[in-house]
Structures are given as C-alpha cells and as structure tokens.
Design a protein around this ligand. Sequence first.
Ligand code: SF4
Length: 392
Amino acid sequence: MTILQIPSPARAPAMKEAAPAFLPGLDREGLAAAIAPHLANPKQARMRAGQIFRWIYHAGVQDFSAMTNIARELRETLASHFSLQRPQIVSRQVASDGVRKWLLRSAEGIEFETVFIPDVARYGALCVSSQVGCTLTCSFCHTGTQKLVRNLSTAEILGQIMVARDDLDDWGSPAEARAITNVVFMGMGEPLYNLDHVAEAIDILADGEGISIGRRRVTVSTAGVAPRIPELGTRTNAMLAISLHATRDDLRDDLVPLNRKYPIAELLESIRAYPGLSNARRVTFEYVMLRGVNDSLAEARALVKLLAGIPAKINLIPFNPWPGAPFLCSDRAQIEAFADIVNRAGYAAPIRKPRGRDILAACGQLRSESVKARASARRAMPAERPSSPPGP
Ligand code: SF4
C-alpha cells in the first residue's frame, strides 16, 4: 500500500512544482477534462477517459503501467502528471467474527473508518463513512461524540471501497463471487449533509464499467434530514434507511437531536415522497434497542401504527456499547417480544446480530481521533486532498 505523500509545512517552499493530481474520484467527464491537455490529439480525450475509468474503477489498478490498452508513451506522460493513490491504511483490525475495520488517512488530520461485514446481504457489505466526525450528536452513537472535521470528497468515499477491494483481493472477480456485494452509507457522518459527493460516488459505484455494484445494493442511511430525502432518491435511486429509534418526538429529541428540527411527522412525510417506494423497494427503519428507554411493548405497538402505509422493514439493533456510553442494551427476551409485535403486524423485523464488537466496528461504534484544525493551523497545512484535479 502506497502512502499518500503529504509534504510537511517545513518543506513547503519545495512545493512550487505541482503535486500530481488525483484521478480516482473523477467521472468520465472529469477524467477527459483532466487528461485532454496532455494528449497529442485532445479529440481522443473521451475515448481515453473511458479506458482509464475502467482501469481505475473496474480493474482497480494503481499503476499506469498496468493500463495495457494505452500506448506506453502516453502511460508515462499520465504517470508524470497524475496519481492513482488510495487513502493510506493507518490500521487494520479483524474481529473474531471476521468483520474487518480499516482506519484510513487521506490527508493531514483526516482519518475515517470503514468496516467490512462478511455474510450479510448477498455475500458481504461494506459500511462506508461520508464525513470525518458528525454534527448530529445522536446520544447512542460513538461517532456523535466526535465533532465534524469535514465532509469526505468523492475520492475519499470511493477510496474506502477501493482499499477494501484491494485488501479482500476482490478485484476482477465475477459479480457472483465478490466479497463486497453491497455498500451501506452507515459509517461516520450524515450522508445527506454531503449529498453531492455521496451522489457522485454512487454514480461511479453503480456504473457497470465502474465499481459495478447496482443501486439496489447501495443503501444510504440518514438520521432524518427530511428536506433532502426525496432528492436523495431522485439523484441516486439508492435504497433508503432511516435511523428512527423512537416513536415519540420528546424521546427522539433526546436520542437524535436533529428531530427538534425535523420532527417525526415531517420526517415520515418526506419518506412517503421517496421515489419508487414499493414492497420490492422498502425503507429500512433502524431501531436501536436501549434498555428501559425505547424498548417497551407499548413502543412496539406505537411503531407499527406510525409506519402504517409505508413499505418498510424494521432492523432491531441491540445497542453496541462504547467507552462512556450512557445506555445499556435491552435484554434479549425484551428484544424478541418487541420483534414479535412488529412481525405480527406484517413487517419484517430482523434482530441484527452484533458484529465486530470486539474491535469497536459494530453499528454506532466508529470514531477516529481526527479533530478540526484551528484556522491558523489549517493555513499552515498543505491543501486537503482534492476531489478533482486543477483545471488545465
Ligand atoms: S448516528 Fe449517524 S447521524 Fe447520528 S451521530 Fe452517529 S454518525 Fe452522526
């Protein structure tokens, strides 16, 4: 694994030579615009961009020399101007149940986590982050204790999938044999506060010549940014998941403080407006089971009433503890009794098996040590990793 080279401030005067621009993160149009000035015949930019797109996202190459349908001279020119680097792996942990967690670093102070969960969905799901930290302070979530550092770029979002595919030796295999068959935006951050980059990443993910994971295998989970929910559907056609966790506004105000801005009624209205909802395209509601807080049988009945008329599935998530967490997980018997009421009302209500708890990789446990740099420190730091190369 190559390491993203970040010149230290002490070496800043040597930076007059432009650093190579990053190609991963760009779509075909962006690639064409980036490479055109370096082609003998700029009219070939679209064709070359299509080739490079396939090499980067479908084959996962990290070296221009592997792009064998491009002439050697051009490959060398591209290599002198552009980089194919991934984010650096800071640490990699494997849990006793096979869950893998990577802490990745893309720039000075920009660290984020990605988790692979084998044996879920078709074969395995990758849980990706959309922000470093989060603004939303959900009280049951470890990430919520880390202030927002910044949104991740399209390249940084895709970089998580590419690093995981490298590590799982998952490039080039036929779709039915891949380790990663599904991607869920349920890692660090609120994806709808970074919708432009999330939507760009999903376009490349879903592209048959790109990473090639269909939109119905991509799920975006939101804490409930109601006005952006229909837009998410229109722009990405991804599957929708909602972090619900409570059936009353007073309780949800505490668990998911965003509820004070977009209360439950407004949230449900926006969910009903999600394009393409049907029994074959149901919304997943996530409900974390907190002992004595939201797990009564009366709440199970209220949940059923609340979701009436919405094609839905309810994921019951036994609370995953983290250091200093103010909650306990509900008893198994209570979770089963809760699930029984929801099931009998006709909703699928699987109880999620805790995965990766021993490496703090389970739902709600992610957190990095990145902190927002003070403005003075940011000015002294090299520019953050660009999501697109500088214009010609
Ligand atoms: S649950 Fe999601 S939205 Fe809420 S604090 Fe955690 S990362 Fe942020």
